[in-house]
Write a protein that binds this ligand. Structure first.
Ligand code: BDR
Ligand code: CA
Length: 298
């Protein structure tokens, strides 16, 4: 997982760390919701909270070209507001995220799924500096983008907006890519009822309940825990409706960070580079999260 915890990243990391169906090989961090020193501290905090032995490697401090803008106003100054975590005692690896990703991929006998839930800066640097890893990547399931409206600007979703040049590299890399964008993450919300139930599910459930809180991306149907849907897709792809499109990334101008799908298959001659999630079974998503917490975090 390559992430910028971040409240919804934290829910995703917590789920992945504790899921016996998954083998979480490495967590890498990137600047996004907050600065990379904070996202790294938050990833280590979660590893310690669950007493797991998953390595964390610190990644890019800034996007490839664009100026960095955080989202601390949404995730709190620490990036994981709402719960009083003890300071982590685990330390990040001495090597960079990009090198750690390269080494983990090259050392693995079977291809590995990459799950980026922040800006794609580390992934782009990995693909640019070490293209030999490509056959070792099974697929990329990335939170980000939108066929419709944005959430950072009217055109752009936050992760793609943060580093559109990195997104362009990732989308053009020729690796199987699933776009888990706002089209599904703003629709498939975690209901207030589910969040309330989490609060009754022991120490981990209470932690998740408290960081989700009431202010983070909330409307009358619940909270958009965007990043968690990548893991839900990994385990339950049948709960999503997808469409294959070629997706282009706008890297400058008023629509910077927009993901433009070639819906008419006209511009790219019918070729596609992404499986785009366009609908989700919201109830199944809520039930899945409650089960994960009940079964794996008690
Ligand atoms: C994405 O932006 C971040 O603020 C969230 O963590 C999520 O990855 C949603 O647009
Ligand atoms: Ca994120």
């Amino acid at each position: 997982m390559d992430s910028d915890p971040g409240i919804d990243d934290a829910v995703a990391i917590s789920t992945a760390l504790t899921d016996p169906q998954l083998e979480l090989v490495l967590i890498t961090t990137v600047a996004g919701n907050v600065t990379v020193d904070k996202t790294t501290k938050n990833a280590l905090t979660l590893v310690d909270f669950f007493q797991k032995d998953v390595p964390v490697a610190m990644g890019a401090t800034d996007p490839l070209i664009k100026k960095f803008e955080d989202a601390a106003r949404i995730h709190g100054e620490s990036g994981m507001a709402g719960y009083d975590f003890p300071a982590p005692t685990s330390k990040p690896l001495a090597k960079s995220a990009v090198l750690a990703l390269r080494d983990a991929l090259m050392a693995s006998k079977k291809p590995i799924t990459l799950i980026p839930t922040g800006a794609y800066t580390n992934i782009a640097l990995l693909l640019r500096e070490y293209p030999e890893v490509k056959p070792k990547i099974k697929q990329i399931i990335a939170m980000g983008g939108s066929l419709g409206r944005g959430n950072m600007t009217s055109a752009a979703e936050f992760n793609v907006f943060t580093d559109p040049h990195a997104a362009k590299i990732m989308y053009n890399a020729g690796i199987p890519l699933v776009m888990v964008g706002l089209d599904v993450t703003l629709k498939g919300r975690i209901s207030d009822e589910t969040t309330a139930k989490l609060g009754e599910l022991g120490r981990a459930g209470k932690m998740l309940h408290d960081i989700i809180g009431k202010d983070f991306d909330h409307d009358e149907t619940g909270t958009a825990i965007h990043d968690l849907q990548t893991l839900f897709y990994l385990e339950c792809p049948e709960a999503f409706e997808t469409k294959d499109y070629w997706v282009d990334i706008i890297t400058e101008g008023p629509a910077v960070g927009e993901t433009v799908a070639d819906i008419r298959a006209a511009y790219h001659d019918g070729k596609t580079n992404a499986k785009v999630c366009v609908d989700i079974d919201t109830k199944a998503f809520n039930d899945w999260l409650l089960h994960k917490v009940k079964d794996n975090m008690q």
